[in-house]
Design a protein around this ligand. Structure first.
Ligand SMILES: Cc1ncc(C[n+]2csc(CCOP(=O)(O)OP(=O)(O)O)c2C)c(N)n1
Length: 292
């Protein structure tokens, strides 16, 4: 990732460019949420939008024109309900046409389902959606890379609520036991679950210490600060090292749209035309505030 040499062509971007891409990703998400009649997991999409941007437009060693290259990095979306954010980030990277996502998302037989399906959508590495399964799958992929002497990295994005699943910690233990320095987990630490704030249901803290106790390298960053995301990627240990890394990204659910931020009503929802306009104005306003 990051500074590694790319097998088939690089994707270098400055932090400013990545910030613009993250804004575009959020805008496209809101557009889809404004036209699709069903519910979109918009809160956890917006909290992860900067992470997706940093991965697909900077860190991941992938090439949309060469999706089976054995040297490519693998990405596992463990919080599979954020699939639409991944689809759009990948579309912006050249994997799929954005218009196709907007016109077919969530329909029967569409390749763009609410949760990702690798059989229907080549380029997606893993079918996910049942929380707690992505990290175990990523561990298997990292182990397989080791067994084949392949130098690529496996990256996995989890929700913090999801890490209440026991399978996540079995996987964390297996990753350390098998010395998988080629594995990196990003946790979208937005401190919200589906219908409640995280700490109301599960005592997550001291959260970084828990990962450290499992033998992982732990990095805690502001998951909306593109510079910090890029730095975390640039400083990942070599893939032949022995400890897996977790990048705990402190985020805000609904980030960028004031009436959605930290609002339990917006785990999933749909925007009508009027609310779409309101949401787009809020997004513009938050960008102006951040660039002042
Ligand atoms: C095994 C399983 N149980 C329940 C769900 C339903 N579900 C979808 S999203 C969600 C909340 C997840 O919270 P978190 O991981 O923090 O995600 P985020 O807040 O970032 O959306 C739940 C319970 C599921 N997808 N899988």
């Amino acid at each position: 990732m990051g500074q590694m040499s790319l097998p088939t062509g690089g994707n270098p971007h400055t932090v400013d460019e990545l910030e613009d891409l993250a804004f575009e990703l959020r805008s496209k998400l809101l557009q889809l949420c404004g036209t699709y009649e069903g519910a979109v997991h918009i809160g956890g999409d917006l909290s992860a939008a900067d992470i997706f941007t940093a991965l697909f437009h900077y860190g991941l060693n992938v090439d949309p024109t060469d999706i089976t290259n054995p040297l490519r990095d693998r990405f596992v979306l463990s919080k599979g309900h954020a699939a639409v954010c991944m689809y759009i980030a990948m579309a912006m990277r050249g994997f799929f046409p954005y218009e196709e996502i907007v016109s077919t998302y969530g329909q029967l037989d569409s390749a763009y389902g609410m949760h990702p399906c690798k059989v229907q959508l080549p380029g997606v590495e893993c079918s996910t959606g049942s929380l707690g399964h992505g990290l175990p799958l990523a561990v298997g992929m990292a182990l397989s890379a080791r067994g084949r002497n392949e130098p690529h990295r496996v990256a996995c994005l989890l929700g913090d609520g999801e890490t209440g699943e026991g399978s996540v910690w079995e996987a964390a233990q297996a990753a350390r036991s098998n010395e998988l320095g080629n594995l990196v987990a990003f946790v979208d630490r937005n401190r919200q679950l589906m219908t409640s704030f995280a700490e109301e249901r599960v005592v997550f803290e001291p959260y970084p210490d828990k990962w450290a106790a499992f033998g992982w390298n732990v990095v805690v960053i502001d998951g909306h600060d593109m510079k910090q995301l890029v730095d975390a990627i640039d400083h990942l240990p070599a893939t032949d090292s022995k400890r897996p890394t977790v990048v705990i990204c402190e985020t805000v659910k609904g980030k960028g749209v004031d009436f959605m931020e930290r609002n339990l009503a917006w785990h999933a929802g749909s925007l009508g035309a009027a609310d779409l306009e309101r949401a787009m104005s809020a997004l513009e306003a938050s960008r102006k505030k951040e660039t002042v």
